[in-house]
Design a protein around this ligand. Structure first.
Ligand SMILES: Nc1ncnc2c1ncn2[C@@H]1O[C@H](COP(=O)(O)OP(=O)(O)O)[C@@H](O)[C@H]1O
Ligand SMILES: [Mg+2]
Length: 415
């Protein structure tokens, strides 16, 4: 049953209307505009018949307030003193009908049933609209997931590539050991020492492989782990390896500076790599003209002064509210000497699918992914750009004092 509210300061018309509609609708009776608003705030009201002349709050005022509470409430205005001006006002405020007292039963019945139909229609439209929004959100999330999986694929391919080095070394060493054993089955002296030394190197390389696989398996399990953390210099080293195979890295000058001392960032390792990889690829590909890209980091022992990061035509600060601004923090800057971005572009770059790259080259999802991962880690992202000079993206993440961590004691820091 739909709910019909009858708002009239006089008892006579209230009772008459109640009698008329009580079998078809759930009836709410209000003897003033204030009461009517109270009802509408507490429960859904489908339609209301509102008397125009009431003391304190007029019918027009009641109509306007009801529409503020729920724009889809259908309101029929009833009046004994019709004027063109009030009729015009009522219709402008979204009343669906305007009837004069005394009303004919057929007329008011017709008006109420039309109001209920309109209400039903607008609910249906609202439903479609919501469904459309849900679908859009679903498509967007799916595209983001696919794009993330693709970069993850790239990262995993580079891990396998990382393992290839030590495995090739092991293969060669074992081959040499085999030859030595064949040449002198009873080994002693120098030959024995050489075999021992090579076996030692085999063990080291195997350790390398084990470390690499453990580290990445840890990341893969990590997901949204609150306690996840990764060594920043380790990640910068991995990034360098990943970018070696990027064609755009060859024509440009790419510099990756390690932090002077190792710091761990409180984020899943693959997430950090993905963030840096997306920002670095953008920086490398922002123009076809040769330019410089520099990646560097520093540790901050004070919280960020957020008032210094005003948004403007050249600056954006992402995740001001979600940032956990407790030091130590680590700041990672990706700086390029590319073309920079005009203000119109700055306003759009974090929209999904926004790209200025030629058709088929950009997905427009890179920065959406960066934003999502930074937010997930309770970090922040700052953009500063200047047309003709270049762009700097700075990622801020919570850091952790470093404890010696044997699991990731792998390749040397990048320089
Ligand atoms: N370093 C940069 N310099 C200039 N423009 C950039 C830079 N990084 C991002 N952009 C702009 O932001 C847009 C969106 O980037 P992104 O979300 O990674 O999608 P895509 O790289 O697929 O275009 C790019 O098309 C480009 O216009
Ligand atoms: Mg991109």
């Amino acid at each position: 049953m739909r709910t019909l509210m009858i708002v009239d300061d006089e008892e006579g018309p209230r009772q008459a209307l109640e009698l008329l509609f009580k079998d078809e609708h759930e009836i709410l009776l209000a003897d003033s505009g204030f009461k009517a608003l109270g009802f509408a705030r507490r429960q859904p009201v489908d339609a209301a018949i509102v008397d125009l002349r009431m003391p304190n709050m007029s019918g027009i005022e009641t109509l306007s307030q009801l529409k503020k509470i729920d724009p889809a409430i259908e309101v029929i205005i009833l009046t004994a003193y019709e004027t063109l001006e009030t009729a015009r006002q009522a219709l402008q405020l979204g009343a669906c009908d305007y009837l004069t007292k005394p009303f004919e039963i057929a007329t008011i019945r017709h008006a109420v049933s039309r109001a209920m139909e309109r209400r039903e229609r607008s609910e249906r439209v609202q439903g479609y609209h919501q469904r459309l929004l849900d679908l859009q959100e679903e498509v967007h999330s799916k595209a983001l997931r696919e794009e993330m999986a693709r970069t993850r694929g790239e990262i995993l391919a580079s891990i396998i590539h990382d393992m290839n080095g030590p495995l090739t070394a092991i293969f060669g060493l074992v081959e040499m050991i085999n030859q030595t054993i064949h040449a002198s089955p009873a080994m002693e002296g120098e030959a024995l020492e050489a075999v021992k030394e090579r076996l030692h190197r085999v063990t080291l390389q195997i350790n390398n492989c084990v470390n690499i696989s453990r580290r990445y398996l840890g990341f893969l399990r990590g997901g949204l782990d609150e306690n996840a953390s990764v060594r920043v210099n380790q990640t910068l080293h991995d990034l360098k390896e990943l970018l070696k195979t990027h064609s755009s890295a060859k024509t440009n000058e790419l510099m990756i500076h390690a932090l002077p001392s190792e710091v761990s960032a409180r984020i899943n390792g693959i997430d950090l790599l993905q963030i840096l990889l997306n920002l670095a690829t953008n920086a490398l590909q922002c123009t076809s003209a040769p330019h410089k890209v520099e990646i560097s980091g520093r540790c901050l022992l004070e919280p960020l002064t957020l008032s210094e990061f005003a948004d403007g035509p050249c600056d954006l600060f992402i995740n001001r509210e979600g940032l956990v601004n407790t030091p130590p923090l680590v700041a990672l800057a990706i700086r390029d000497t590319g073309p920079g971005m005009p203000a119109e572009t700055v306003g759009k770059i974090f929209e999904a699918y926004f790209t200025t790259r030629p058709l088929g080259q950009g997905t427009g999802l890179g920065l959406s992914i960066v934003k999502r991962l930074v937010e997930q880690a309770n970090g922040a992202l700052h953009l500063h750009t200047a047309v003709g000079l270049g762009t700097v993206f700075t990622v801020y993440l919570r850091a952790r004092e470093n404890r010696p961590d044997l699991r990731s004691a792998n390749p040397p820091p990048t320089s």
